[in-house]
Design a protein around this ligand. Structure first.
Ligand code: ATP
Ligand code: MG
Ligand code: FE
Length: 332
């Protein structure tokens, strides 16, 4: 089957075509407008989705060299996400399905991030653990089958990406902070400064303490040297990034050892992070595990992961009707 995938949960408008499990196109329109506000403004995000959705879909069809009559089903992100943003993608998907008389497939965005691992030749075997880290989520997911997933650990406060975005704000860097911190960190020493590792039971995480520790650290240093931030930007970024990465990987390691699972993976926007990718590979090599890390373009929000998830749901024959509505909060 040929599946059209639609993603609009946050501030990326994305469309993708997947034919029999192979991604033929993946168009991602980023929204620059939010940079000026230091974060996503929901009301603006939905308006830009409205402008971008048709061109994104047209480009996805064009790049895939298919016409709209070739599409067998439309898969869309139903949630979780910003309601106004989701509404644009859901409404488009419904209209497209109705006009072309094809079935609709609803996809959970977080399951989509996990199922990005099934794009391409080298696919993980079940069961595996997926560390799903993004702007809104930080989860360790036990993946037993395509749509049989269990969150065994999650953040009690901020998400990992949110912690990086907030740190970058403290450092006076633009939004989104994750990629910029990553860039600075490449020139810095990750052991220059030490930030605390929170003691949280089980496989859960906490990042709000880290953010406060960084805030106080910068404030104290600036009393001694007003140019501290500017002079030590690379070392600060490398040290913060290393702490976030060790917090994440220590928990993943513990979960994998406890559950005796030998396949570990990353998903979500923060899995674009250089130190995290290297760290996971190193952990897997040490332990004799297999590590799976998606290509960069399938880490941050994209419709290819929705299209591939749609493909597997299509094979199960699981469709939804025209009454379907988006869900801002959507458990697995
Ligand atoms: P969710 O998937 O939870 O709904 P989202 O849609 O905001 O949230 P994604 O697009 O998956 O999330 O991820 C965005 C996050 O990834 C941001 O917090 C951003 O800073 C972070 N990020 C992107 N690239 C990098 C990088 N190279 N290093 C670290 N973080 C990064
Ligand atoms: Mg985004
Ligand atoms: Fe996401």
């Amino acid at each position: 089957p040929v599946i059209l995938g639609i993603e609009s949960s946050c501030d990326e408008t994305s469309a993708s075509v997947c034919a029999d499990g192979t991604i033929l196109s993946n168009i991602i329109a980023n929204q620059k407008i939010h940079e000026a506000y230091g974060g996503v403004v929901p009301e603006l995000a939905s308006r830009v989705h409205q402008q971008n959705i048709i061109p994104a879909v047209q480009q996805a069809l064009l790049n895939a060299k298919v016409s709209k009559n070739d599409i067998d089903a439309v898969a869309f992100t139903r949630g979780p996400g910003l309601l106004g943003s989701l509404l644009v993608g859901v409404s488009f998907a419904k209209a497209f399905a109705l006009a072309n008389d094809i079935p609709l497939i609803d996809i959970n965005h977080m399951q989509g991030h996990v199922l990005a691992h099934f794009i391409g030749e080298d696919k993980p075997q079940f069961p595996f653990l997926c560390l799903t880290v993004s702007g809104g989520h930080t989860q360790i997911v036990l993946v037993k089958d395509y749509f049989d997933m269990q969150v065994i650990g999650q953040t009690q406060d901020d998400a990992a990406g949110e912690a990086l975005d907030k740190t970058s704000k403290i450092l006076g860097l633009p939004y989104p902070g994750g990629p910029i911190i990553d860039k600075y960190a490449r020139q810095g020493n990750p052991n220059a400064f030490t930030f605390p590792e929170p003691q949280i039971p089980g496989y859960d995480f906490s990042f709000s303490g880290l953010k406060t520790a960084i805030l106080y650290f910068i404030r104290d240093q600036e009393k001694l040297n007003p140019n501290f931030k500017e002079e030590h930007m690379a070392d600060i970024c490398a040290s913060v990034e290393r702490r976030v990465v060790t917090i994440l990987l220590n928990k993943l390691k513990r979960a994998a050892l406890d559950l005796e699972i030998k396949t570990v993976s990353l998903a979500g926007g923060v899995s674009a992070n250089t130190d995290l990718r290297l760290g996971l590979q190193q952990l897997a090599d040490e332990q004799g595990w297999k590590a799976f890390i998606p290509k960069f373009e399938y880490c941050t929000d994209n419709a290819a992961m929705i299209a591939i998830a749609g493909y597997y749901k299509y094979l199960k024959g699981e469709f939804v009707g025209q009454q379907v509505a988006p869900l801002a909060r959507m458990p697995f």
